[in-house]
Design a protein around this ligand. Structure first.
Ligand SMILES: [Zn+2]
Length: 234
């Protein structure tokens, strides 16, 4: 279909737009929820760093360093370096939100020390996912340009690595939050309303991973439609 001044109109772009909207909503939601609970100071007044140290030590982990990292929601645990990085809004803060995020990152450190299988699978799938996201489009375009459906289909197949990676990310993230919330409750670090607040923050964060998976599936669907459309024109 041609649209306007000879510009090719690709109706599958709607899938990309839907994905962008869903990801945008998830990202706004986590920022809104974090802001809300970053204003609620934990009753005990313990800092996120103290909580993180407590959780790591209770799990028998003494070789993980805690560092500060710039940015917003850039918190992560680096298994290779054994470093737990907390962002400006989390590091040393006493809010319910900061403690929840720090505990979640400790959840990843505990997964690593226990050899949690999905975490290993996720790490192993990173190179494949990178290859998939970088070369799937060029391969598809070359396939369509050559009029070769098999080549284009290889491109689509490569993109499925990205979907698989994001699928494996879900149990890793859900489990880290479940561990965090269990420890915060059991060790009476956050109680009652505080614990519910941390739960909301971590749920909002988990939803961004679900949104990312959904967005990637929509992109995969788009590639399938483009490649099968290309075949019909042959
Ligand atoms: Zn995480």
């Amino acid at each position: 279909m041609y649209y306007g001044y000879g510009m090719y109109y690709d109706p599958t772009i709607i899938l990309v737009i839907i994905g962008a909207i869903i990801s945008g909503i998830a990202s706004l939601n986590v920022r809104f929820t974090y802001n809300k609970y970053s204003k609620i100071r934990s009753y005990r007044g313990t800092t996120s760093n103290q909580v993180a140290e407590h959780i790591l030590h209770a799990a028998g982990i003494y070789d993980v360093r805690i560092e500060r990292i710039r940015g917003n929601l850039t918190d992560h645990y680096s298994p290779n370096e054994k470093v737990l990085r907390l962002s400006d809004a989390v590091y040393g803060k006493t809010s319910v939100a900061a403690i929840g995020v720090a505990a979640h990152e400790c959840g990843h450190a505990i997964q690593h020390s226990e050899g949690y299988a999905p975490l290993k699978m996720r790490a192993a799938s990173v190179p494949l996912a990178n290859i998939g996201s970088w070369i799937s489009w060029p391969v598809i375009i070359i396939g369509l340009a050559l009029g070769s459906t098999p080549v284009a289909q290889i491109g689509v197949f490569l993109f499925t690595f990205v979907v698989v990676f994001q699928l494996i990310t879900l149990p890793v993230e859900f489990d880290a939050s479940a561990r965090a919330l269990r420890i915060l409750d059991q060790d009476h670090i956050l109680e009652g309303e505080e614990h519910r607040g941390a739960t909301k923050v971590l749920k909002a964060a988990a939803l961004t991973y679900v949104a990312a998976l959904f967005t990637t599936i929509l992109q995969l669907l788009r590639l399938v439609l483009i490649v099968s459309g290309g075949r019909r024109r042959d």
